[in-house]
Design a protein around this ligand. Structure first.
Ligand code: CO
Length: 193
């Protein structure tokens, strides 16, 4: 297992529509999944899609942490690792919720994004067995964000507002992943994820 480099929008792979996985016996697929899990935990983040590590395939990993605070916030969704291959949203609630998102590929940026409050996701596990997950609240949001990545869509495309918040200790070395590509609301440097 290895931590892979997470690419930013400067790399066009992030904007490509990813290919479906067809061969679950491919050792490269299994290595990719192991590395994606390690990369997600290392970052750390709550979700990662294969295009973010420069592999244009339809694979996502999702993990809401299971510390005490997260358990309170996410309930039984906390601490469950989801590995999904060729995921699709097969049902989506009519009601939408607004929430603040960030992305490992766009460090230093946050956005306000409307998402379905609940979705049903269908796909395959790493061995090709079909799985179906009903997700609500934050987990539903993360699935929508990650599945968007497989179609080259980033949260900044859907955000009603985008703002930049680079932690103070990183301000000097900050390499802007968007470099003026979006309209941002300038905000004071503040950390917080
Ligand atoms: Co993302």
């Amino acid at each position: 297992m290895a931590v892979r480099e997470i690419i930013t929008p400067k790399n066009p792979i992030l904007r490509k529509k990813a290919r479906k996985v067809t061969n679950f016996d491919d050792p490269k697929l299994q290595a990719l999944i192991d590395d994606m899990v390690e990369t997600l935990f290392d970052a750390p983040g709550v979700g990662l899609a294969a295009p973010q590590v420069a592999v244009s395939q339809r694979v996502i990993v999702v993990y809401l942490p299971d510390d005490e605070e997260s358990r309170e916030e996410y309930g039984q969704d906390a601490g469950v690792l989801h590995i999904l291959v060729n995921p699709e949203i097969v049902r989506a609630s009519r009601d939408m919720v607004d929430g603040v998102e960030a992305c490992l590929s766009i460090p230093g940026y946050y956005g306000s994004v409307d998402r379905h409050a609940a979705v049903t996701v269908q796909g395959y596990d790493r061995h090709g067995r079909q799985v179906r997950i009903k997700a609500r609240d934050w987990l539903a949001r993360v699935f929508q964000h990650e599945i968007d990545h497989l179609d080259g869509i980033l949260f900044i495309d859907r955000a009603s507002e985008i703002w930049r918040a680079v932690p103070q200790d990183e301000a000097e070395t900050f390499d802007d992943p968007l470099a003026g590509e979006v309209t941002v609301i300038e905000s004071e440097a503040e950390a917080g994820e």
